[in-house]
Each structure stands twice: as C-alpha cells, then as structure tokens.
Design a protein around this ligand. Structure first.
Ligand SMILES: [Zn+2]
Ligand SMILES: [Zn+2]
Length: 297
C-alpha cells in the first residue's frame, strides 16, 4: 500500500504544514483518508488523487485540526462528481458535527444553489455522508482491510472520546496514533506494526518550557516517550508527525506563540532535537514527517 502524509502540523495555521491528514491507497486503487484537517483536499490534488475517489474517511477525534476540512472535502467531491455518499467512521459526536454542515446546516444555501443544476442534483447523495459512530474494536472490515480502534489519552472522554487506529491490509500493519499521551491503548495498537505514524507534538525543550509556564502539554507524547514506545512495541518503522510548529520560522507564529512557547528556540534545528531524543532508545528506521511524505509498504 501507499501512504501519503497530506498534512503533518498541529492546531495552529502553519505556512509549511497542513493539519493532520493521511491518505492510504491500496494496490487496487482504493483510497482511505485518516483524519481531515485543513489542506487535505488540495494536497490530494497535488498528488494526483481526485478527492471524489476517496470513499472512506476514518476520524480519530474531533479536534478542529483533524476535522475542519470536512465541508470543503465533501462539497468539493460533490462538484468533482463523487458517486454516492462518503463513508465516515468517527467517534461519538461525529453525527452531530456532520448534521450541522450540509443540507439544513451551515452550507445549506450553497448546496441549494448548486443543486439547482441537474448535473449536481444527479449526485446529491455526495453531500449526504453516511456516518457511523464507533467505539473501541473493529470499526471497518472488508476483504481488503481491517481497521481496529482503541481508546487513547488525549481529550477527557466525557468531553469527546479519542482513538488510535490499527490498519491491517495487504499483509501489513500500519498504526496511526491520532493525538495521545502515552497509554495502553496506543501500545496495544502499535504492537509489531510495520509502520507506526505517531504524534510527537513538542520537543523536550518545548515541553519543559510549557511545564514551567503551566501551559500544559500532557495530552501529547514526548520524543523520549515515543522512542520507548517504539522499542517496547517492536515497531519496524517509525514516523513522528503532528509537529507543533516548533520548527517554524514564521514571524506571525513566533509573535503569536510568545506566551506559550520558547519562541527563540523555534526553527528547523528542532527536527534534529526530535531525532536525538527518539534515538536515545529506538534505533530502527525513523523519519520526522513533512507534508506529502510518501511511504510504500
Ligand atoms: Zn491535533
Ligand atoms: Zn487533538
């Protein structure tokens, strides 16, 4: 299978990174999208994938940097002649989110205007996604792929449950952490994975600064913790993603982040800091993600 990291950033707008989104494509051409953060649709166009051809979307959690592209993705796919509804599997709350977006929701006027044309009316099902809310367990299964979700430790579950995903297809295992602090759920999902795509939002220096300034960082995984997880779970290839702007040179980000980040440390050298701290324990294949990174398994 082919995996393209469409977006590898975290919550803030970042000139060099889109929000989190991963495109998984099987040898038979079927596309699966994991999360749908800002930029996902345009990034698909850049890798020559028609958004209308992506039939399945699996959401890990409902933070905006993982779902905010949803209306653009769905409406663009409609205009690009998607046939049938998008299949969305997401945590509790996904139905409510989607129900507020399309017909009768935020983009009702847009959809009514465009569907006046017979061509758009003919595939109106494309703006009526089929949403299935899942809990831990197998959330997708057919002859090509099995996807298992497990709880991870990120948003308090009473507000919104969060999951990691383990994908089994073509004899390979790919695990995607979603956003999480170290926890048993992501360890279970990562066991013996051929590829672990795991969030690693801040380097140790940024975590320490945020601890001292009491901003709080405890819902993410540090580079040292990630290295240890990869060793413990016998991961065969590790990619650290969801990079929290620590490598950015953006003057806007530096000015805006001054209260909660050590902005003097921001810059590309932070990529080396991720590697150094992960390498304290994990010595297998390792990459720090960038947008449009491609992996063939
Ligand atoms: Zn996130
Ligand atoms: Zn999150």
């Amino acid at each position: 299978m082919r995996i393209i990291l469409l977006g590898t950033g975290a919550a803030l707008p970042d000139p060099d990174r889109c929000h989190t989104s991963i495109l998984v494509t099987l040898h038979n051409g079927r596309h699966f999208l994991l999360d749908c953060g800002h930029g996902a649709t345009r990034q698909m166009m850049r890798v020559d994938v028609n958004p209308a051809d992506v039939a399945h979307l699996l959401l890990t959690h409902l933070h905006h940097d993982h779902v905010c592209e949803l209306p653009f993705f769905v409406i663009s796919s409609w205009i690009l002649s998607r046939h049938g509804p998008l299949d969305i599997r997401g945590p509790q709350g996904t139905k409510k989110l989607v129900s507020h977006l399309f017909e009768g929701g935020a983009f009702d006027a847009d959809i009514r205007a465009r569907s006046a044309y017979p061509l758009r009316q003919a595939n109106i099902e494309a703006v009526r996604p089929k949403v299935t809310e899942y809990d831990a367990g197998v959330i997708f299964e057919d002859s090509d792929m099995t996807v298992t979700a497990d709880h991870v430790d990120h948003i308090p579950p009473e507000i919104s449950p969060c999951y990691g995903l383990r994908i089994e297809a073509e004899g390979k295992v790919v695990t995607f952490s979603g956003d999480t602090a170290p926890c048993e759920g992501i360890a279970r999902l990562s066991h013996n994975a051929d590829l672990l795509i795991h969030e690693c939002t801040f380097t140790e220096a940024f975590i320490e600064h945020r601890r001292k300034s009491r901003v709080g960082t405890f819902s993410h995984t540090s580079p040292s913790e990630l290295g240890q997880l990869a060793v413990d779970c016998k991961v065969k290839h590790l990619i650290a993603t969801h990079i929290g702007h620590v490598d950015s040179l953006s003057p806007v980000l530096k000015r805006a982040a001054i209260k909660h980040m050590p902005v003097d440390l921001m810059g590309p050298q932070q990529i080396d800091a991720f590697v150094e701290d992960i390498r304290r324990t994990y010595h297998g294949p390792l990459q720090i993600a960038h947008d449009l990174m491609r992996i063939d398994l």
